[in-house]
Design a protein around this ligand. Structure first.
Ligand code: MD6
Ligand code: FE
Length: 219
């Protein structure tokens, strides 16, 4: 993270900007930058306990995104379908506990976006390498679709596709960079979305990877 010092050498907060995407969805530019070090440290502790793995879709395709989870519930996919599970199928143990920095960031971002009182019980961690993509989908496996989703981008930049309520609705392209947060809910909650294939590159903190944290209230 680059901290900008003012003329007197005081460190001031990183640039933050709010960019509404539509009714119910907003990009909070740089919202996670102030917590960068703590977030990356907490991420390390999570992936040591629950490493990234490539899940299989119900149709039998290996997802190109590497995934893991932290929090009481984890999103998993296998031949039997999609579900939230309190147990990591790889270890047979509960998912790693939700780091306090993660929870605080998600709650603060949601409140800033107009969703006060958001308390996530699931954090899906996605890992992209150059060439990795995420096809258009809706997030609809959560019980209460009245709860928003908060998404934190770390590492290499990516182009987020933000579509409409039908898969065929043409999506807009939203560039997302390290530290950007997207919060969405309400009328936007079931919009189709995805990620274009990651371009080759490198990020100073994470190398040739993009990490996305999506916080949900799943149960
Ligand atoms: C990603 N994000 O940015 C994938 N879903 O890597 C998502 O699928 C997503 O960013 C629901 C809400 C926000 C998201
Ligand atoms: Fe999604």
């Amino acid at each position: 993270m680059m901290n900008m010092a003012d003329l007197f050498g005081h460190v001031v907060s990183p640039v933050r900007r709010d960019e509404p995407l539509c009714d119910g969805a907003v990009v909070l530019r740089g919202f996670a930058l102030a917590d960068e070090i703590a977030l990356l440290q907490a991420l390390d502790t999570v992936v040591v306990q629950a490493p990234f793995r490539h899940l299989v879709t119900p149709g039998g395709f290996r997802m190109s995104v590497g995934m893991t989870n932290t929090g009481p519930l984890g999103w998993v996919s296998d031949r039997s379908g999609y579900r939230y599970d309190p147990v990591d199928p790889l270890s047979g143990k509960p998912w790693p506990g939700l780091p306090e920095t993660f929870r605080q960031l998600a709650t603060a971002a949601a409140a800033h976006a107009g969703f006060a009182g958001f308390v996530p019980d699931a954090c899906l961690v996605n890992r992209y390498e150059p060439g990795t993509r995420l096809s258009l989908h809706q997030d609809r496996d959560e019980h209460d679709l009245g709860q928003p989703i908060v998404s934190v981008s770390l590492g290499m930049p990516a182009v987020f596709l933000f579509g409409g309520m039908q898969r065929a609705d043409p999506p807009i392209r939203v560039p997302l960079a390290h530290g950007d947060v997207v919060a969405w809910g309400g009328p936007a909650r079931l919009r189709y979305h995805g990620v274009l294939p990651l371009k080759p590159g490198h990020h100073e903190a994470l190398g040739a990877a993009r990490i996305n944290l999506t916080f949900r209230k799943a149960g």
